[in-house]
Design a protein around this ligand. Structure first.
Ligand code: SAM
Ligand code: SF4
Length: 365
């Protein structure tokens, strides 16, 4: 007897086979998946979307991930570091516009000067906002000492995408050396959790050599890691990277987008109370990509507050959107889009993951 999608969707836990089937869902089955994920979102996290004002601090990176446009080996971008004044202007904008939080993201650097600069920025943002702005970091793998220092200076969420949970695939998209070590990347998440951070991770979807079976495993892996936040989105090729060589193996962009939406919907059903971002890469493929992601389960948006003059040099992939929109244009366009998706904005709130809050309370009891 054929298995009904309704019955699978009502299960407490999905098996790998269930996930493969759901990731392949089309037509009415796909609609049923999205209806269920929207219900779960409404019931467990509500219809509030939280803003994280994103500053892409620097495109200087010591790593060479084979997919990324700002990898050390790409000589084309002009390398930059946003000034302290510019970061504080962005923080002021976030504060005045009711964004509850900021994200500081950057290429990976572990030298003392960078660590000190970030610590100083964290203190200044906290000072300027009287502690009102929550701060997420996405600054790659660091030493435990650095994670602790930044936590002590006010960062309380940290994002490190595992990119793929499959070791073999990981080494097809990264150089196989100590600087790009699969185990270190995964262990970083445990370390961050022990220090007290809200921990976020995620994967790219539609990588060359990646299969639906890999993606089903990624979902199970994120669940097993018990992450508090997830940012995942389509892989988009960049012509100045080594992976570009395999562009003919890629699924069409529309399909990468479609599978990304299903990944968001499935993760919402599997991890009901976590925060899930509607990522910029989704908007790069489909103009309404972020709204579509909100509809099927995402609840976080990261408006770009990076000064416009730097954006051309933070091109992780081709067709990155909003390169010339300043923060206020971006704000107006986003608000309209969120309302169109049927959600409202959680102004002036940190909007921490309910999953994190619950776990912390139950550990204290
Ligand atoms: N350097 C830090 C790190 O790697 O964790 C943070 C910044 S990095 C640019 C943030 C994320 O961008 C990566 O985790 C990766 O998933 C994503 N990214 C990089 N290149 C991409 C591409 N070509 N397509 C889609 N996402 C990409
Ligand atoms: Fe550097 Fe992050 Fe890009 Fe890898 S993904 S090259 S670590 S910026």
């Amino acid at each position: 007897m054929p298995v009904s999608i309704e019955n699978i969707l009502l299960k407490e836990d999905f098996s790998h086979a269930d996930l493969v089937l759901l990731l392949n869902a089309q037509g009415q089955d796909k609609t049923k998946l999205y209806t269920r994920s929207a219900e779960v979102k409404k019931q467990f996290v509500g219809n509030k979307v939280y803003f994280r004002g994103l500053v892409e601090l620097s495109n200087i990176c010591s790593k060479n991930c084979l997919y990324c446009g700002i990898r050390a080996g790409n000589t084309k971008p002009d390398r930059y570091m946003v000034t302290e004044e510019e970061v504080l202007e962005a923080a002021q904008f976030a504060l005045e516009n009711g964004y509850g939080s900021m994200v500081l993201q950057s290429g990976e650097r572990c030298d003392g000067q960078f660590v000190d600069t970030v610590s100083n920025l964290l203190q200044k943002i906290k000072e300027l906002s009287g502690g009102k702005l929550g701060i997420t970091l996405s600054l790659g793998e660091q030493t435990e000492k650095t994670y602790r220092e930044w936590y002590a200076n006010g960062a309380h969420r940290y994002l490190i995408r595992i990119e793929t949970s499959d070791r073999e695939l990981y080494y097809k998209i990264h150089p196989n050396n100590k600087k790009h070590d699969f185990d270190i990347r995964i262990n970083a998440l445990t370390l961050l959790r022990d220090i007290g951070y809200n921990v976020g991770s995620g994967v790219m979807i539609g990588l060359p050599f990646q299969t639906i079976e890999h993606l089903a495993n990624d979902l199970l892996f994120l669940k097993q890691l018990d992450v508090d936040m997830v940012g995942m989105g389509p892989f988009i090729e960049h012509e100045d990277t080594p992976l570009y060589e395999f562009k003919d193996l890629l699924w069409p962009k529309k399909e990468r987008f479609d599978v990304s939406l299903k990944m968001v919907a499935l993760l919402r059903i599997m991890m009901k109370d976590i925060n899930i971002a509607a990522t910029t890469a989704m908007q790069a493929i489909d103009k309404q990509g972020r709204e579509k992601a909100l509809k099927v389960g995402a609840n976080i948006i990261m408006p770009n507050l990076t000064p416009v003059k730097y954006r051309e040099d933070y091109l992780l992939y081709e067709d990155k959107p909003c390169l010339d929109e300043d923060a206020s244009e971006c704000r107006n366009c986003l608000e309209a889009r969120i309302h169109m998706a049927g959600d409202e904005i959680g102004f002036n709130e940190w909007g921490d993951s309910k999953h994190f809050t619950k776990r912390t309370i139950s550990t204290k009891e």
